[in-house]
Design a binder for this molecule. Structure first.
Ligand code: FEO
Length: 464
């Protein structure tokens, strides 16, 4: 792909990858993708926004040099540092040692470990500007869209916004603009927009809504880092879709439980049914889901939206079957921290599966009971009653109302998030999420996370 002029002084200089079929190991990309990068020139200075995957560095350089010599680059703006965008940073710095990198504080930390060498860098925060001469760029912090480092770059002179992954899609469109998408491919592009949203922004709905509110209303062109740039009609539709997809789902008025299981000879199924019956009797809204025979499309919602999730499986050759591991892998570990969960199963010889599942749930920071529940071969009536009691004990781990915060000790310490730089101030607390002003950091619940980047308490350090 050659450089494509989008506006006066704004070029697309990224690279197409039409043959890619799996992105980031886990995400299908049936229409390929593009690693987008943009060149913005002012009267005095020039900025490159993003680089590309390291395998395409030479193409990036070729595209830039269609517009200007590489040595004329003054700034490299990194809106986000995932290696599909930062993979060429080191190679570019070797060619342009005086290039100044502009990025957020978390991005700087990530780039240090990606480039593995020192480089000129200017850390910017929300609202900071960069004057290119007759064209001033503004940086808008957009954490968790979809990394803690993410920011947008706004070019008001051209009414152009650079959003990195936000509003992007894996869709290889050689014109690099949505108006180039042929009519018969329009529906496929929109399907990929949704696929991208689900895979990339699925765990970050609150951040998506915050990001939408941050988009300048005057933006007429949105330059993403994958897929075609969005002009007015597509932009408005994409914004509406994002707002709809990210909207909070109404919670059930009653506590819900999912009993997710597989069963070779009906023994684990009998346990699952006893547990489901007990929780139903206690007033929970229970869904029993056989991961082999029931609708796979329902699984993700069940394991992530239920107040209590029980995973059951027999043991096959000292492991749990793949189908139940897939169910555990469907857990959105970012948003289900502290959710009540447990593992159970019937076994014949050794019975490792419930313990392995239990350990995995614990590592995902779900609230698990002291031990999994397991039974050798066919459960007796006493076993079924014990299974019911165990399920009730797991359901009891589901959160009740928040306890009032303990009063802050004198001179309670502030803590800083080592990932994004957010400072927790006990005097202010985090009232939006139940921590009243005066709550010391140490008194925050174990599942409390950074309001900006959602990292856990273990990523915080005291401020001296
Ligand atoms: Fe396209 Fe999050 O990188």
């Amino acid at each position: 792909m050659s450089a494509i002029k989008l506006r006066e002084g704004v070029w697309s200089v990224g690279v197409l990858n039409p043959s890619l079929r799996v992105f980031d190991i886990v995400m299908t990309s049936p229409y390929g993708t593009s690693y987008n990068a943009y060149l913005v020139t002012g009267g005095e200075k020039t900025a490159l926004i993003e680089t590309v995957h390291k395998d395409y560095f030479d193409q990036l350089v070729g595209n830039i040099q269609e517009v200007l010599p590489l040595e004329k680059l003054d700034y490299l703006i990194m809106n986000h540092t995932e290696p599909d965008h930062s993979g060429s940073v080191r190679a570019l710095l070797e060619r342009c040692p005086n290039l100044k990198v502009i990025c957020s504080n978390p991005a700087r930390k990530f780039l240090n470990a990606i480039a593995n060498e020192d480089f000129p860098c200017q850390v910017v925060k929300d609202g900071d500007t960069l004057d290119l001469g007759g064209k001033t760029l503004t940086f808008l912090s957009a954490p968790l869209l979809h990394w803690p480092d993410t920011m947008f770059t706004w070019d008001p002179a051209d009414q152009t916004l650079f959003t990195c992954d936000f509003l992007g899609a894996h869709f290889c469109e050689p014109t690099m603009v949505d108006t180039g998408i042929q009519a018969e491919y329009r529906g496929r592009y929109e399907a990929e927009l949704k696929n991208y949203f689900d895979c990339i922004f699925g765990p970050f709905h609150p951040a998506v809504l915050a990001g939408l509110d941050k988009l300048p209303a005057e933006a007429r062109l949105v330059c993403t880092s994958h897929g075609p740039c969005l002009t007015a009609a597509t932009l408005e539709r994409a914004k509406d879709c994002y707002r709809q997809w990210a909207a909070p789902q109404p919670r059930s008025a009653v506590k819900t439980a999912a009993v997710v299981y597989c069963s070779a000879y009906g023994c684990t199924k009998a346990l699952a049914e006893a547990m489901a019956a007990a929780l139903t009797e206690d007033g929970l809204q229970v869904t029993a889901h056989d991961v082999v025979f029931d609708d796979p499309a329902a699984l993700t919602g069940l394991v992530n939206d239920s107040d209590v999730v029980l995973f059951g499986a027999p043991t096959l050759n000292r492991n749990a079957p793949e189908a139940i591991w897939d169910a555990v892998h469907a857990v959105d570990a970012i948003n289900t921290r502290g959710r009540a969960a447990g593992a159970f199963g019937s076994f014949g010889w050794t019975g490792e599966a419930p313990g392995m599942l239990h350990e995995q749930l614990r590592q995902l920071k779900l609230a698990v009971p002291a031990a999994p529940f397991k039974v050798c071969f066919v459960p007796t009536q006493a076993d079924l009653e014990a299974a019911a009691a165990w399920a009730r004990s797991v359901a009891a781990l589901a959160k009740g109302p928040e306890a009032p915060a303990a009063p802050a000790p004198a001179k309670a310490k502030k803590y800083v998030c080592s990932i994004c730089g957010y400072i927790y101030d006990p005097a202010a607390g985090d009232p939006d999420r139940g921590a009243a002003p005066g709550t010391p950091f140490e008194a925050l619940p174990d599942d409390w996370t950074c309001p900006l980047c959602r990292m856990g308490k273990d990523k915080f350090e005291p401020v001296d």
